[in-house]
Write a protein that binds this ligand. Structure first.
Ligand SMILES: CC[C@@H](C(=O)O)C(=O)SCCNC(=O)CCNC(=O)[C@H](O)C(C)(C)COP(=O)(O)OP(=O)(O)OC[C@H]1O[C@@H](n2cnc3c(N)ncnc32)[C@H](O)[C@@H]1OP(=O)(O)O
Length: 272
């Protein structure tokens, strides 16, 4: 196990090709503190065109999946740390939101797919943090989203409104505004119906087995394919994407690796 961030309330470690981003602040119900935000800033910054420390970690540790999770029973995150925000002057919190927002963006822009595991509710910025990954998986039925930001007189600050429309096109910008203004709550079945949660598991063990299987399947892919497919995320235009997909298919069709794998498959069938 290799560590990038080794804090009690917030850690980032690599284990068995998975990068685990873990919230573990029981006393604040996993509120995102100023300290966490400043760590996020330090690992997100790209200097002189070099990849950020987080991206470097993902690449060097050969992480094929990023898993965001809570180690506190019964909660994913209570959002921004309200007591710290009350105590501090705006100057001391100047980079608080932008740092968390940048880290959230990184969670769906690196070369590894990302998933948040939800086994309890999320509030305000905690919902935005959960929306930052490519996927969300539920464990049990007690997870839900509470859009509480306007209770405190602010809209979302970590990219959450845009992310809602991005992940769920049926939530138009107008609908998103009314969700935030209305302080709506989405329960587990609404989250599943909207596709904001992709899968639900009865137990942590079943979820871990699915994660291990996912990594196992990615590990089985040739390295060139992982690189080429993850590169698709950088192509926004659909015509360019079609051209890219045709190009990478032709590049590997009936080349050595393709032939070897077909041969292996057919020989294993004959043995049976
Ligand atoms: C800038 C950030 C902003 C954004 O951009 O969106 C936000 O995130 S706004 C904040 C949104 N968060 C919320 O609306 C949730 C606020 N918290 C709660 O409603 C409740 O605490 C809870 C999460 C529903 C849990 O309730 P309960 O089980 O009854 O426990 P307690 O309320 O007693 O909480 C235990 C303990 O945790 C502290 N706590 C909880 N949330 C936060 C928080 N967001 N920041 C800091 N501390 C938090 C709470 O104060 C308790 O501490 P003690 O009183 O010291 O025991």
């Amino acid at each position: 196990m290799i560590k990038l961030v080794d804090g009690e309330e917030f850690s980032i470690i690599a284990k068995n090709n998975i990068c685990f981003v873990t919230l573990n602040s029981a006393t604040t119900k996993n509120a995102i503190s100023l300290r966490m935000s400043s760590i996020m800033q330090s690992i997100t910054i790209e200097e002189n065109g070099n990849p950020s420390l987080f991206e470097k970690f993902i690449n060097e540790q050969n992480c094929l999946l990023i898993v965001v999770k809570s180690d506190v029973e019964g909660i994913f995150s209570s959002g921004g740390n309200l007591s710290e925000l009350e105590k501090n002057e705006p100057e001391a919190c100047k980079y608080y939101s932008s740092s968390i927002k940048a880290f959230c963006k990184l969670l769906h822009s690196t070369n590894a797919p990302s998933v948040t595991l939800l086994s309890g509710p999320s509030f305000g910025g905690g919902v935005e943090f959960a929306l930052a990954t490519d996927y969300r998986w539920g464990i049990g039925k007690s997870y839900d989203f509470h859009f509480t930001q306007t209770k405190f007189g602010i809209p979302t600050g970590w990219g959450g409104m845009l992310r809602l429309t991005e992940l769920c096109p049926q939530l138009s910008p107008r609908k998103v505004s009314s969700i935030i203004l209305g302080k709506l709550k989405f329960d587990n079945s609404q989250l599943l119906n909207l596709g904001l949660v992709d899968k639900e598991f009865n137990t942590k063990k079943a979820c871990q087995t699915a994660l291990d299987e996912w990594v196992h399947h990615i590990l089985d892919c040739p390295k060139y394919l992982i690189e080429e497919l993850m590169n698709r995320k950088n192509i926004e235009n659909l015509t360019d994407l079609e051209e890219y997909d045709t190009h990478i298919f032709n590049k590997y069709f009936l080349k050595d690796e393709h032939k070897i794998r077909i041969h292996k498959f057919l020989s294993s069938k004959k043995k049976k």
